[in-house]
Ligand binder design. Structure first.
Ligand code: NAP
Length: 283
């Protein structure tokens, strides 16, 4: 029996809980969790991601402020702004929407965000804590994927999991989180040989590449769990990295695109804002 893991439905449920949590925190502390999103330039994809994040914050009672900066902002100006937000006691989370223009060093920007306000979990120390299995802020997409798997009680222990893609924001951190769940993890990338063979022996496949129909029906073993992270625009429609229609009847669980990992990424971000708020205001 195949089941679709709807990130949209699961998000709705989790966001209701976040809303209750936020409301309780506001009455306890007389403060409102506040996320500041910094958007540089006018990349349409980034603009729409920021719009979704702002809308989601509103849905659960988190205050959000979007700072829109021109493409021409200098690296120093951006770092100065982040330092100001780091010191601003009314701000609990800082998110700089990536990618940044070429003249700005993303690493310097990420390193400058105060650890306690790093809601994206991209700061090297937060990633280090994750690697060591210590408490920290987890990157939103991998965190959302683990939440989806757990919501269906999918047993990962001893299972062969293949992650296709080794980015710092998805593939690499997800490998650590799946290993924590006792899966046996393989990470594939553009230099991997025999991808099909590796897919065919995997109980769980996570596709995070950005290439439509990278994972086809003949690459998936019957009963596998398939998580599609990819977001691609084909003929003006959003599709993932998995040939969904052909693969769906062969697997035990699959995530759709849109409505799968995407909403869960934003839900995990909301959870991270609340976590940062609690750490700042309640400890
Ligand atoms: P990325 O930085 O774009 O990197 C892509 C990865 O795919 C790299 O590791 C690359 O290998 C690998 N790759 C490229 N061609 C391949 C091939 N033919 N076979 C196997 N591996 C291949 O990755 P990303 O930022 O994680 O994004 C990946 C996709 O997920 C994109 O479509 C993005 O839009 C989407 N995404 C979605 C969400 C969401 O919330 N739904 C969040 C983040 C990203 P090398 O390392 O060797 O170059």
């Amino acid at each position: 029996m195949m089941a679709i893991i709807s990130g949209r439905k699961l998000s709705k449920k989790i966001r209701e809980d976040i809303k209750k949590d936020v409301s309780k925190l506001v009455s306890e502390t007389a403060k409102i969790p506040h996320l500041v999103v910094v958007l540089v330039g006018d990349n349409p994809a980034s603009q729409s991601y920021v719009k979704y994040k702002k809308r989601a914050c509103k849905e659960v009672g988190i205050k959000s402020t979007v700072i829109n900066e021109k493409e021409s902002i200098t690296e120093q100006e951006l770092l100065t702004m982040i330092n100001r937000l780091n010191d601003d006691e009314s701000v609990h989370g800082i998110l700089v929407q990536l990618p940044l223009p070429d003249h700005i060093d993303e690493n310097k920007v990420i390193d400058t965000i105060k650890l306690q306000k790093d809601v994206d979990g991209f700061h090297p120390l937060n990633l280090g804590y994750m690697l060591l299995g210590r408490d920290g802020i987890l990157p939103a997409t991998p965190k959302g994927i683990i939440t989806m798997l757990k919501s269906e009680n999918i047993n990962l222990e001893g299972k062969d999991a293949l992650i296709i893609g080794r980015s710092n924001i998805v593939g690499k951190p997800l490998g650590t989180l799946l290993m924590k769940e006792n899966a046996t993890v393989t990470t594939a990338h553009s230099r991997t040989q025999n991808l099909k063979e590796k897919c065919l022996r995997s109980d769980v496949i996570v596709a995070a590449v950005g290439r439509p129909k990278l994972v086809t029906e003949d690459m998936v073993k019957p009963g596998a769990v398939v998580i599609d992270v990819g977001v691609n625009r084909v003929d003006n429609k959003l599709v993932g990295d998995v040939d969904y229609e052909a693969v769906k009847d062969k697997v035990s669980y699959i995530t759709p695109v849109p409505g799968g990992v995407g909403p869960m990424t934003i839900t995990s971000l909301l959870q991270n804002v609340v976590l940062c708020f609690k750490r700042i205001e309640l400890t």
